[in-house]
Write a protein that binds this ligand. Structure first.
Ligand code: SAH
Length: 391
């Protein structure tokens, strides 16, 4: 066995909960995972365009900058934190994970250890009693800033100052602690209200040379190393020359649009989550980008109004959630008739469905590039370049 193979083997054996957890599959060698993903994208996309070889990671471990743990108490009183066993509401205790950030994992384990002495009870989903539901940790890999979000069933955390002090003593790298109130019987992790207990209530990170502010509920790509490769591919597919009007749909905190802004005349970003839009507006100012505007709206409805107003768009970036886009959006996109559409997708099945619609309505898919954003899991990310066919 080569040295490299030995290391991989050791890492794979390092996960104690792999069989129960289902969050990833550490038993499959990385090269094999990449081949499988490549095959899957080929199957779905080869009728539309050329599929480039997937961009894998050099070090496909501990890449997740966001770690979420659900808290629970076993019948014997032991407190556990980790993830739900696949398809159940049984919590699997996780101390460390092959794909999660190590610092984030350590913080969660220490919070678990502090609960008893602070008399903080974990929340019981069935009875609705108890306080602590989840902990979310996000770390800016470039800046080193760390945000801890304590998701509680009530806005009151007894001895909150001492709790934060004790936690920061163990982890001085924590730059902000936020209390998120989730008092509803729901599967959603975060509630709507955030109370900052320490620091500024958000973290910043640097991506493609720009600084981004990230609030607790804003979407931010979980694998920053691969995100840069993803965005670079998307920008090169857009073929910008400085004169275009660019539309960044499903823009989150404005990352893609802001990277594009330096190469375009004007950018418009649309996003449904109001916290993400607030971050996007701040981010534009922070990076002194003046040719970008953001709107908080449903991307499809916004698109429709733009098409009705006969507005012009040269390049459309679209990066919808796993469910893909919808016909309201796609039909309006076709009416707006941008010369290029760059479709960034985290689900090749809905990508293929939407690309089929676009290729029937005046577009040709030129090429697609899979990027492995989620090693050891089944998730696949793909960027596709579509061009308007002269009709
Ligand atoms: N392009 C961003 C975000 C992609 S994730 C990035 O790379 O970071 C998809 C985003 O779409 C999320 O921020 C989500 O809040 C947003 N979203 C979901 N449904 C939407 C809709 N109907 N209209 C606009 N935005 C939506």
């Amino acid at each position: 066995m080569t040295e490299k193979k030995k290391v991989i083997k050791q890492q794979e054996n390092a996960c104690l909960v792999a069989k129960k957890c289902g969050g990833c599959n550490p038993g499959v060698p990385y090269e094999k995972q990449l081949l499988k993903k490549q095959r899957k994208v080929k199957e779905l996309m080869q009728d539309f365009c050329k599929v480039k070889p997937i961009i894998g990671m050099e070090h496909p471990y501990h890449y997740r900058n966001k770690v979420h743990a659900v808290f629970d108490r076993l019948k014997n009183g032991t407190i556990v934190s980790g993830i739900y066993k696949e398809g159940t509401h049984t919590v699997i205790n996780v101390d460390s994970c092959l794909i999660e950030d190590k610092i984030a994992d350590a913080i969660i384990v220490d919070i678990r250890g502090m609960l008893k002495s602070f008399k903080i009870k974990t929340y019981d989903e069935d009875t609705g009693y108890g306080l602590l539901r989840h902990v979310l940790v996000r770390r800016g890999f470039t800046t080193g800033e760390v945000m801890v979000v304590l998701v509680l069933s009530s806005p009151i955390l007894p001895s909150k100052n001492n709790f934060v002090k004790a936690l920061r003593k163990l982890h001085p790298e924590i730059s902000t602690v936020v209390l998120n109130v989730n008092d509803k019987k729901t599967n959603m992790v975060l509630g709507e209200r955030n109370i900052t207990l320490f620091g500024k209530g958000y973290i910043e990170d640097v991506l493609c040379g720009l600084t981004f502010r990230i609030s607790p509920s804003s979407f931010y790509q979980v694998n920053p190393v691969q995100t840069e490769k993803l965005y670079q591919t998307a920008i090169s597919y857009a073929g910008l020359n400085g004169k275009e009007r660019v539309f960044d749909a499903y823009c989150g905190i404005g990352t893609i649009g802001m990277v594009a802004a330096g190469k375009a005349k004007e950018v418009i970003g649309v996003e449904l989550n109001k916290d993400a839009v607030r971050d996007a507006v701040t981010n534009a100012k922070r990076n002194q980008i003046k040719n970008i505007r953001f709107f908080c709206d449903d991307a499809g409805e916004f698109m429709t109004r733009m098409a009705e107003a006969q507005e012009k768009v040269d390049v459309l970036f679209m990066d919808p959630p796993r469910a893909g886009s919808d016909e309201t959006f796609l039909s309006s996109a076709v009416k707006l008739a941008p010369s290029r559409i760059v479709y960034i997708s985290c689900n090749p099945e809905t990508l293929a469905r939407d690309v089929k619609y676009l290729t029937k309505h005046g577009y040709a898919a030129k090429e697609c590039q899979p990027v492995d954003m989620f090693p050891f899991t089944g998730h696949i990310e793909v960027v596709t370049c579509l061009q308007r066919v002269d009709m």
